[in-house]
Design a protein around this ligand. Structure first.
Ligand SMILES: [Zn+2]
Ligand SMILES: [Zn+2]
Ligand SMILES: [Zn+2]
Length: 146
């Protein structure tokens, strides 16, 4: 994934925020672990290694800010916590998630046949769709044969 930290910096600046050291550290933790869908607690564990003075409350607050500015999106895999990942460019379709019910692994899929469905729904004229978010539940290769 191509991540442009400068554009994120710009995004913050537009809204009157600075990319402070702590915000940068949290952003880096998300970028370096992209594909892992970290929870706030996991992000905190990563950032703490470099910045022991950071508090969990700061991580929560920063994630909230990032979410508000569309820098990250919040995911819920029904495993009892919120998880975060970087928002991809809006012109580039986001991915969907396959969630293993046994080991909790999350696999990303790019395949997307939902544009047709969106088109059909919009054609009825009662709703304008701007996005969708799909989760598939099942068993990964390692768990499938157990
Ligand atoms: Zn599994
Ligand atoms: Zn993902
Ligand atoms: Zn999609």
């Amino acid at each position: 994934m191509d991540i442009n930290v400068d554009s994120i910096k710009e995004r913050l600046k537009e809204e009157g925020y600075k990319l402070t050291t702590q915000r940068r550290a949290i952003l880096d933790a998300i970028i370096e672990n992209s594909g892992s869908h970290l929870s706030p607690e996991e992000i905190y564990e990563v950032v703490k290694l470099k910045y022991p003075e950071i508090g969990l409350a700061t991580v929560y607050r920063t994630l909230q800010l990032f979410e508000q500015l569309d820098i990250v999106c919040k995911l819920n895999f029904d495993d009892g916590c919120n998880r975060y990942e970087l928002n991809s460019d809006s012109n580039d379709h986001h991915h969907h998630h396959l969630i293993c019910l046994n080991c909790g692994k999350v696999i990303e899929v790019k395949l997307d046949l939902l544009e047709n469905l969106e088109y059909e729904i919009e054609r009825e004229g009662k709703f304008k769709i701007v996005d969708h978010n799909v989760k598939f539940f099942g068993y990964c290769i390692e768990c499938r044969d157990k």
